[in-house]
Design a protein. Structure first.
Length: 94
């Protein structure tokens, strides 16, 4: 009976490991620098463009935090014309 329980636990652990996505690592500082360089080159970019075609949740969160940091520092302006519309990022002139 103990062997059966141990076997079931091992199977359950293997299924849990199969379900867990590999860890994602994104640097807010690096993403901030990337966005700052992009906005310096293009002057105007949308949040959807910054996210790309298939963003992960982690990448979207890091990108949003980077935008908030750039806004706080006065590097960019953020505009959203209506609820749930795309956010437009523009370069703030010094």
């Amino acid at each position: 009976m103990l062997e059966k329980l141990e076997q079931q636990q091992a199977e359950l652990k293997q299924r849990e490991e199969d379900l867990v996505a590999p860890g994602e690592r994104y640097s807010v500082e690096q993403r901030t620098a990337e966005i700052e360089a992009l906005v310096a080159a293009q002057e105007r970019v949308s949040f959807a463009t910054l996210l790309g075609d298939a963003p992960t949740v982690g990448f979207a969160v890091v990108t949003f935090i980077a935008l908030l940091d750039l806004y706080r520092r006065g590097v960019i302006d953020l505009v959203q014309d209506e609820l749930f519309a795309d956010i437009v990022v523009t370069r703030r002139e010094p």
